[in-house]
Design a protein around this ligand. Structure first.
Ligand code: SF4
Length: 401
């Protein structure tokens, strides 16, 4: 089919095949892709609202054995600048998040061999004991798999134990491109194959958890493989209905082993628009202003996005790869209103929580995102001594050697 034949089919609510998606991606003019994606967004969200969440993106450790070659964030076991956050440090971050109206941590980290499952359970229980209403959107599928392998516990049991400890939902990180050829080239096949990523999400959905889904594009994949990724997500969503949202962003190359360059803003908008067209069973698409900047983030609202993502407060992973955009609640709200929409705060389930916090009370402006720790602080939290380390470096550190 040609673009002229596919567009009316999509506008009438039809589902595109892989071949039709590729035809649109390759040949539809950018403004036309945007118009179609915007029509779908308006059909799904006729109320003119654009949502956002106030939460904090905390990375509990940067020590990782996975060593994905597109990642500038991780440090190998034993590195002098490797860290694990202490429970008290995490509590302080939660206090700061609540102070600016936040309700959730997005908690992700490296695959640290020296953190047994009990560490995660104790942390989650301690958070819930102090902050019963606060939400933990935590541990992407590869982290769940890592915990499963490290502790020799099945994935479904890991999920059940973490939920019992306080896990509320799972972020869709670590998906990159769900095609094994790509994953092998990016050295991320070992942390999770495409099937394994999908299987963790299926287990989580069956356990009653809602999750998000992501796609990081712009490394070694073809256009066909981007579409294959979207179709795998669409299939699982047909099966479980467990995804609340889809977020896509471009690979950030600085300081990575893979290197290369970043895809353009037009490529981002085309990819976002195509996602809206292909993922017809996803209600919510987030704008990735943290990788694209505020201006392209705002334009995303005309290319299929209905959500500005997170105010975020803290960010470490994308910053390590060269992107350091920051928008506080005021700036996000101004961008939404300027694009002709009404801003509303939401939670992870996309339930509306209210109007902007800064219009209800004084909130200090946030002009830069916080980091996990002050530069050079690699101190070891005292409670780590309570958990058995697996690596030689971890054991030595716990003995104070
Ligand atoms: S992307 Fe995640 S799993 Fe891969 S090296 Fe970085 S921290 Fe580790």
């Amino acid at each position: 089919m040609t673009v002229d034949q596919i567009v009316p089919k999509v506008m009438a609510g039809g589902r595109v095949s892989a071949a039709e998606a590729l035809e649109l991606y390759r040949h539809a003019p950018t403004h036309l892709l945007g118009r179609v994606a915007d029509a779908i967004r308006a059909r799904k969200h006729p109320d003119g609202l654009v949502t956002y969440i106030i939460d904090r993106n905390v990375n509990y450790t940067n020590i990782c054995v996975a060593r994905c070659n597109f990642c500038a964030f991780y440090r190998p076991v034993g590195a002098s600048d490797g860290y694990v956050l202490g429970f008290e440090e995490i509590f302080r971050k939660i206090d700061e998040t609540i102070a600016v109206g936040g309700n959730q941590l997005l908690l992700q980290g490296g695959h640290n061999p020296d953190l047994p499952i009990q560490w995660y359970e104790d942390l989650f229980r301690a958070v819930k004991a102090r902050y019963p209403e606060f939400k933990l959107h935590a541990l992407s599928p590869p982290e769940v798999l890592h915990i499963s392998r490290l502790n020799q516990v099945p994935v479904a049991t890991v999920v059940a134990r973490l939920v019992a400890a306080g896990l509320d939902s799972i972020p869709g990180g670590g998906a990159e491109i769900l095609v094994d050829r790509v994953r092998k080239l990016l050295n991320c096949y070992g942390k999770a194959s495409s099937d394994e990523w999908i299987d963790v999400m299926r287990d989580a959905h069956r356990a009653g958890l809602r999750t998000t889904a992501t796609m990081m594009y712009g490394t070694v994949e073809t256009h066909e493989e981007r579409i294959e990724h979207m179709l795998r997500l669409r299939d699982l969503q047909d099966e479980t209905g467990g995804f609340t949202a889809f977020i896509t962003w471009s690979y950030q190359p600085e300081h990575t082993e893979h290197g290369g360059y970043e895809e353009t803003g037009v490529d981002y908008l085309r990819t976002l628009a195509l996602s809206r067209i292909v993922l017809d069973n996803f209600d919510n698409l987030q704008a990735s202003w943290v990788t694209q900047g505020g201006k392209v983030g705002q334009l995303s609202l005309a290319y299929g996005a209905n959500d500005m993502g997170s105010v975020m407060i803290e960010e470490n992973v994308v910053r390590a790869a060269g992107a350091a955009y920051c928008m506080d609640e005021l700036e996000i709200v101004v961008n939404i209103e300027d694009a002709g929409f009404v801003p509303k705060r939401r939670n992870m389930h996309y339930e509306l929580l209210g109007d902007p916090v800064f219009r209800e009370r004084d909130v200090p402006r946030m002009l830069a995102l916080a980091t996990a720790r002050a530069d050079g602080d690699t101190s070891m939290p005292e409670e780590l001594r309570n958990y058995a380390a697996r690596s030689r470096a971890g054991k030595a550190l716990r003995l104070g050697q």
